[in-house]
Design a protein around this ligand. Structure first.
Ligand SMILES: *[C@@H]1O[C@H](CO)[C@@H](O)[C@H](O)[C@H]1NC(C)=O
Ligand SMILES: *[C@@H]1O[C@H](CO)[C@@H](O)[C@H](O)[C@H]1NC(C)=O
Ligand SMILES: *[C@@H]1O[C@H](CO)[C@@H](O)[C@H](O)[C@H]1NC(C)=O
Ligand SMILES: *[C@@H]1O[C@H](CO)[C@@H](O)[C@H](O)[C@H]1NC(C)=O
Length: 187
C-alpha cells in the first residue's frame, strides 16, 4: 500500500521539482593542522554556535602554486564515532595544487564563496595562492557534489601537502554525517 502511494505521488510531482536531495548532511566536528604545517596556519579558525559554522581568519604562509606544491586527500570514516578511523577507497591522489583546484575546486566553492564567505580570490589563469591573511565566515559543508551514499558517523578528510616532493603539512577536517530530514519540495 505504501509503495503504491509513493508511486502515485512520484507520478504527480512535476519532473523539475523532483530533484533527489542527498539523504544526509555533514556538519563540522573539528579542524586540525599537524604542528608547523605549510602552507596554511589555521589556528585562528573556530567552529561556532550550535550549527558549528567555520569562522575566523587563516594565513597562507607563503605563495604556492602548481610548480612546487602538490596536494592529496585521504578520506576516513568512523561509524562508531569513537576515534577509530578507517581509510575509505575514495582518495584523491596527489596532484599540483592548481590542477586540483581547477578540477575539484567546485567542492570548495560550494561552501566557500569569494566575497561572501572569504576574501581569498584565486585567479585560475595565474593560479597562485597568494601569501596573506584571509577571513572565513559562516562556512558550512555543502554535500551536493559528494557521493550519493555515505556511511553515517564521523568522516575525516586529510589534506596532505608536498613541496618539491617533500611532505610539508597536513590538515584534518572532521565532519559528522547524519540523516537529513527529508523535505519533498524544499531545497
Ligand atoms: C589526522 O587524522 C589522521 C587519521 O585519523 C590521524 O592519524 C592524525 O593524527 C590526525 N592529525 C591531526 C593533526 O589531528
Ligand atoms: C567570524 O569571523 C569574522 C572574520 O574574521 C569576524 O569578524 C567575526 O567576529 C567572527 N564571528 C564570531 C562570532 O566569532
Ligand atoms: C588573472 O591572471 C592573468 C594572468 O596573470 C591576468 O591576465 C588576468 O587579468 C587575471 N584576472 C583577474 C580577474 O585578476
Ligand atoms: C549563514 O549561512 C546560512 C546558510 O548557510 C544563512 O542562512 C545565514 O543567514 C548566514 N548567516 C550570516 C550571519 O551570514
Amino acid at each position: 500500500m505504501l509503495t503504491f502511494i509513493v508511486f502515485v505521488f512520484l507520478m504527480v510531482i512535476p519532473k523539475a521539482l523532483f530533484q533527489i536531495p542527498m539523504s544526509y548532511e555533514a556538519n563540522f566536528v573539528s579542524i586540525a593542522g599537524a604542528p608547523n604545517s605549510l602552507p596554511f596556519d589555521m589556528t585562528q579558525l573556530r567552529l561556532i554556535g550550535r550549527e558549528r559554522v567555520l569562522n575566523g581568519t587563516f594565513k597562507i604562509l607563503e605563495d604556492f602554486d602548481d610548480e612546487h606544491y602538490k596536494f592529496a586527500v585521504d578520506i576516513y570514516t568512523n561509524s562508531a564515532r569513537d576515534g577509530n578511523f578507517k581509510l575509505m577507497p575514495l582518495a584523491m591522489p596527489s596532484q599540483g595544487v592548481c590542477t586540483m583546484f581547477k578540477k575539484h575546486g567546485d567542492y570548495l566553492r560550494d561552501s566557500v564563496k569569494h566575497g561572501i564567505n572569504t576574501d581569498l580570490y584565486i585567479n585560475t589563469t595565474a593560479c597562485v595562492f597568494p601569501k596573506g591573511t584571509y577571513y572565513l565566515k559562516n562556512v558550512t559543508i555543502n554535500v551536493k557534489r559528494w557521493p550519493t551514499i555515505m556511511p553515517r558517523g564521523h568522516c575525516r578528510h586529510v589534506g596532505k601537502f608536498y613541496k618539491d616532493g617533500v611532505y610539508v603539512g597536513s590538515y584534518n577536517i572532521t565532519s559528522s554525517i547524519e540523516d537529513r530530514i527529508p523535505t519533498f519540495f524544499g531545497s
